[in-house]
Design a protein. Structure first.
Length: 226
């Protein structure tokens, strides 16, 4: 069951949408199949969509202040906020990249126990790495770290803050895979195109500077949100 946190206090990031228990699927084949279907490529290979397809990518607008908690995180972990890699697609097959996304998403969702920041030593919003217990940002940061360690460049892995349809604040990791942006979410083991998450996207990391953040362009037409 999610914990609703609608108040955002000055100087703090958004509250996280949490489930006290995550329901895990027993196999990764289903998750991989769903993502492969979303890519709509032939059975033998995944074909990248046209680069000009706007719906495939999260649209950014102007540069904005980063979440304060992320700025503090970068001071503690400068290596995680530096540009890493140069090739937007790791030098592996589409099937191997897909398997990595599915495997890391499942593993981190399993390894971290959900717990809101407000219950950890009174800290209202703290973004942590290698958390055993944590909230949505901690999941997203750990997935990003593991994928970067596997060779994914930082420009293909960006944190994003969103609002759920009920107004609850949340955060996900956006992975760019074959010209499309997908969400890795601690509330589901399915990897979905960003426009199919049901979330209102608010801010996202810059592709060129992980310390910089941009607002997400509105309206997000076709995503089912007003």
């Amino acid at each position: 069951m999610a914990q609703r946190q609608t108040e955002t206090r000055p100087g703090q990031g958004l509250g996280c949408r949490m489930r006290q228990q995550l329901l895990f699927r027993t196999g990764t084949v289903l998750a991989a199949g769903l993502l492969a279907a979303a890519l709509a490529g032939p059975a033998a290979a995944v074909q990248p969509p046209p680069a000009q397809e706007p719906a495939a990518l999260v649209p950014v607008s102007r540069q904005v202040l980063p979440p304060l908690a992320h700025a503090r995180f970068c001071l503690r972990h400068p290596g995680q906020c530096a540009v890493r890699g140069g090739n937007p697609q790791p030098a592996r097959s589409a099937q191997a990249q897909l398997a990595e996304l599915v495997r890391i998403n499942l593993a981190v969702n399993r390894d971290i126990t959900p717990q809101t920041d407000g219950t950890v030593q009174g800290i209202a919003d703290e973004w942590r790495l290698n958390a055993v217990r944590g909230d949505c940002e901690d999941y997203a940061l750990q997935k990003r770290k593991r994928l970067i360690n596997l060779g994914w460049p930082s420009k293909s892995l960006r944190l994003a803050t969103v609002l759920a349809p009920d107004g609850t604040g949340h955060a996900v990791l956006i992975a760019r895979f074959h010209g499309r942006d997908f969400a890795l979410d601690n509330l589901t083991n399915e990897i979905r195109p960003w426009r199919e998450t049901g979330y209102r996207f608010l801010k996202i990391q810059s592709e060129t500077d992980p310390k910089a953040w941009y607002s997400v362009a509105a309206p997000q037409a076709g995503d089912g949100l007003s």
